[in-house]
Write a protein that binds this ligand. Structure first.
Ligand code: ATP
Length: 226
């Protein structure tokens, strides 16, 4: 059975934190693929316009070169021809599940996200339905506590704690009695955000290896942040 994770994000730009949590998830949960899907129109980040989708996709494609399990994905590309249509993860996961079901080999689907995103999950479009569509892998992130991760759930979804091979998880109970699981990567401490990187890029003060080398070169050549 293939094990596939959907990893959506603005990726503006993709950075070392994204690659670190994807690698940890792939290693720890034996994933065959992590699909990095830049989101065209993130409904919860309307206040701050993102860099053009094509630049973000190009940078994501370059960033994912470092690991054969990482795959750039157009699943969350722009929707709607005349007016941009928000990309809701609930629609994207339904589409992904349908395409996986058409393939010969069955797959288990996970969604990978950071602690800040998980703590906001109740505000995502159709959160109760969304949470039933995959298992979840939540990576810790400095500044965001997962001590009461179950408190982030919408009221329609209940959870009990379980343990499997030494790993604790939350088992989510859905309206139709189906269950999905939330797993954790509690040992991630990547103190980096795209917001800080964009500010540093604007002042030409990016230091260290915060950006994958190929992404740094792309930014120098194509100037998406000028
Ligand atoms: P921004 O600062 O623009 O909000 P970001 O650094 O959070 O961006 P996104 O592309 O929005 O990056 O993140 C995509 C996913 O990766 C989200 O689920 C986010 O929680 C997770 N993520 C990003 N950076 C980290 C990090 N340093 N540690 C753990 N998770 C992270």
């Amino acid at each position: 059975m293939r094990r596939i994770a959907f990893f959506g994000g603005t990726f503006d730009p993709p950075h070392r934190g994204h690659l670190a949590i994807a690698k940890a998830a792939a290693d720890h949960f034996h994933l065959d693929q992590v699909l990095f899907a830049p989101v065209a129109h993130q409904p919860l980040k309307d206040a701050q316009p993102a860099t053009a989708f094509l630049h973000r996709y190009a940078m994501t494609a370059l960033a994912t070169q470092v690991d054969p399990r990482f795959v750039p994905s157009l699943l969350d590309a722009p929707r709607g021809h005349q007016q941009p249509h928000p990309n809701y993860t609930v629609d994207t996961l339904r589409q992904l599940r349908a395409s996986l079901a058409d393939e010969d080999e069955p797959a288990i689907l996970f969604t990978l996200l950071g602690a800040d995103s998980w703590l906001n999950i109740a505000h995502w479009h159709q959160a109760p339905q969304l949470l039933a569509l995959s298992d979840w892998i939540v990576a810790s992130r400095p500044g965001f506590s997962l001590a009461h991760a179950e408190c982030a759930l919408p009221p329609q979804v209940s959870a009990i704690t379980g343990m499997d091979a030494g790993e604790s998880y939350l088992e989510l109970r859905h309206a139709d009695a189906a269950t999905t699981r939330v797993w954790f990567l509690p040992f991630m401490h990547e103190d980096i955000s795209a917001t800080e990187l964009r500010a540093a890029l604007a002042m030409d003060t990016v230091s260290g290896n915060l950006l994958p080398a190929a992404v740094e070169q792309y930014i120098r050549k194509a100037s998406p942040y000028c």
